[in-house]
Design a protein around this ligand. Structure first.
Ligand code: IDP
Ligand code: MG
Length: 139
């Protein structure tokens, strides 16, 4: 196994609820190094572009509305097996199915408002990191 990078978003629900600090602490406790971090707010075209893979899904317009409703925190993370490891910290998409001790089990309201995004594969991690960070920004 080798050191890998992944991309994460603390979504508008969690930022608004003041949960970003606790979520960051959970990520760091799981051994991740934060190599890029900033707050931003997605425009509608940015949210549509970021979630383009889901554009035919019935939940797409609701998802775009949710992701643009307020500030988010975008992060570049580094660890051994980072992509899979972050998905474990996050828990299942639907918090009803998320394991104890995961971010979504602790904080998520429902399958849409689920607090955190994490890349689903090393290739998407690369694309998503480039979407939000320039190489010069990352430590
Ligand atoms: P993931 O975030 O666990 O990778 P995806 O299937 O990639 O889950 O879906 C992207 C995001 O779209 C989810 O995190 C959630 O916010 C939203 N979403 C996924 N499935 C549903 C659904 O069935 N209803 C409403 N929103 C959904
Ligand atoms: Mg996904």
């Amino acid at each position: 196994m080798s050191v890998e990078r992944t991309f994460s978003i603390i979504k508008p629900d969690a930022v608004a609820a003041g949960q970003a600090g606790e979520i960051l602490a959970m990520i760091q406790s799981a051994g991740f190094k934060i190599i890029g971090l900033r707050m931003t707010r997605l425009t509608e075209p940015q949210a549509q572009g970021f979630y383009a893979v889901h554009k035919e899904r019935p939940f797409f317009s609701g998802l775009v509305k949710f992701m643009t409703e307020g500030p988010i925190m975008v992060m570049a993370l580094e660890r051994e097996d980072a992509v899979k490891g972050l998905r474990e910290v996050m828990g299942a998409t639907n918090p009803a199915n998320a394991a104890e001790g995961t971010v979504r089990k602790r904080f998520a309201a429902n399958i849409e408002r689920n607090c955190i995004h994490g890349s689903d594969a090393p290739e998407t991690a690369g694309q998503e990191l480039r979407f939000f960070f320039s190489t010069a920004d990352l430590l």
